[in-house]
Design a protein around this ligand. Sequence first.
Ligand code: ARG
Ligand code: ZN
Length: 878
Amino acid sequence: MRSDQGQPVRLSDYRVPDYLVDAVALDISLDRTATRVRSTLRLRPNPEGVAGAPLDLDGDELVATALRLDGAALDLALATPDRLTIAAPPAGPFVLEVETVIDPTANTKLMGLYRSGSAYCTQCEAEGFRRITYYLDRPDVLSVFTTRIEAERDDAPVLLGNGNPVEAGAVEGTGRHYAVWHDPHPKPSYLFAVVSGRLDALRGEFTTSEGRRVALAIWVEPGKVGQAGYALDALKRSMRWDEDAFGRAYDLDVFNVVAVSDFNMGAMENKGLNVFNDKYVLASPELATDADYAGIETVIAHEYFHNWTGNRITCRDWFQLSLKEGLTVFRDQEFSADQRSRPVKRIADVRVLRARQFAEDGGPMAHSVRPDSYSEINNFYTATIYEKGAEIIRMVRTLVGPDAFARGLQHYFDRFDGTAATVEDFLGCFAEASGRDLAPFFRWYVQAGTPRVTARTHHDAATRTLTLDLAQDTAPTPGQGEKLPFVVPLRFGLVLPDGAEQPVRTGEDDGLSDAELANDTIELATATRRIRFEDVEPGTIPSLLRDFSAPVRLVTDATDADLLTLMTHDTDAFNRWDAAQTVLSRLIIARVRDGGGDPEALRTVFAAVVRTGRHDPAFAAQVLALPSEGELAREIGRDVDPDAVHAAREAVRGAVGRMLAAEFRAVIAEGAAAGPYAPDAAGAGRRAFRNAALSLLAAGDPALGAAQARAQFDGADNMTDRVAALAVLSLIPGEAREAAFAAFYERHAAEPLVIDKWFALQASIPERSTVDRVRRLLGHPAFTLGVPNRVYALLGAFGANPTEFNRPDGAGYDLVADAVVTLDGRNPQVAARLLGAFRSWRLLEPGRRALAEAALKRIAAGPDLSADVREITSRSLG
Ligand code: ARG
Ligand code: ZN
């Protein structure tokens, strides 16, 4: 299961390992440039593997300094940097001892053991453990780990490992000390971690439902414990919630979370020792926004929930990645929905799904939730594996119902605890619990692409029947020309013109099953289906895909008037929001096409939305956030001119801003007296509403907007309002904007996570001068290509700037391409993620398309490309 020389790894090649590891003892002597790792592996042949097979251990840039088999020295030539092969190991159990020396300071890939700030830390998922020592580095090899960590006491007073602490002490006669950690739960190597350095802890305690007292600690850079409180609180709430909602209790005596400033992704669920990108831990009202707080809550929960869905039950191979990621995202979404407003959380999640996953599914990187091949597994930590994976779990719950869903999960935990499982194992539990054949449903895992569901209605006044004709089709994706129909659960209701719910009755032919009627869910499992509703009032509007019950694109024949009715009356909050989005999207696209589309028709309903903002501001804020330029581009579908989309969207924002100026000014004025900041959902909703009003007001009247924004910028007692004001100012060219950016920098220069907001806002300005501004900022003293967060803030934000990344002269593509090439030599994962900017290049008009293609080809032609970047460029061009 390796990807040497760019050979793809295939699911169909899976074989069980030929050897098993009963126990691992690691002795890690930390040193900034020469860390010595002694590994003692108790191995034995796997009775299910090939007898007498060679033992083939994975390595990556390793140097072996000693090898012993059952105590006898082996020739060091058996070890190359990426492989240790023992041709004929003993037929029974044996002990292999391996010593390697590694350089954490030189590790710029941030995989394996590396330095971050004042600490040593590790990242082993997916294949980082092999950069520490030779191992069977695959998730289906589970073992019990004991780790001794040794370091200079002054340089590294804190020594953390997986599991429980066993002993600690001084190393006599030296300035060094050590600690031993033992993890009783067998685990794959990707869950291994070590952290050591100068760190401060915010401590807490949690008693589980089983009576276990757990010592909690959030470890941060010295001086930052004041910013760890929210993370600790979110952790305790997560632990309680997993007991209440899923019956899952924690299983060790300690739980440590460490925040580091250099981290490729969000965070990592190492057993008992989660390591986090510090942006998902550190928060204070002056430094973090409401969105940052929500992100911390979600990611803390996500990594904690992995303890059961990922760690106790892990994946057989990396093709099953969504087994743990999709399920754990589903769990963190449910947690956040319970902690905050459920409908608003659902809307926010669907926004992310549409923006990222639909874009992925509609582009050259489209892949199934369970892919069948990859070259570089790190490229598959995608919105498809995570977010679409979560949608699949949600559909299972909708289809089998909450009771069978709960029984199926219980079954999964009972049966697969302590094992490395597959997606089939998981679905089998729900098939069994519900008595339902889930084989057709399994297509969601193996077919890529976003299905399009079309709905046509016809009401017959004479018979009072409403005929609903449904059809689904899925465009081909790379390597998958033909698609079979998906099982699409469509939650629905029939809405009368006055908003009342029309009772649902169907007849003998073309009716719904009892289960469908009981669940208010149509199951569309064939290419087309006709449903006839009886005794239906004229003017009744079907509300389909309630709560976004399936990850599909729904196209209906609803008129704008129908949508305004749904927007005002639907009992389903998601569809109220989605109807508004559709109306707005139609309006903007009409402007792109022929300059038509008059927002005046929206005046009454939008004024009503603003009024509902008084009691549900978070929801109103979601309605007032227009569909993004990316979504509009996908809706247009081909030959997109991003400048035209931007201009049309801004024109509509401006018109709405002028039309409702009085209402927005009232919202802003009322919000100003809202009281002191607290990061709770209610307060966050009020701020989101007010800031949405400010943004639209400024779009309609830039001079007034700038004045209001500057006042808010200067007077804010929290980062949410300050950065929202700066975002408004950033769109209005002139001295006021530059002065605000300068003041912001001055105030927060010492806080890299805040300066990331400063970088990102500047990179997002929709003006031709932005590309020069970004090139200038690349040379700013606060910028470095060495820290992933800085790269994502400046270059990632620029890559997401629709008009400037897609400049008609190609200068935006060149800027990102240059950065990708430079970064690739240092951190291929980060370089590959930046390339995501190119995911929708085929939607563009021919001029830009040619320039984007040329930039991709230039990257692809470079020498010494990493497997990461090579795979993305070749897929993007393929
Ligand atoms: N399992 C981690 C998370 O979701 C992601 C780690 C991925 N890291 C990587 N380098 N591929 O929670
Ligand atoms: Zn995860």
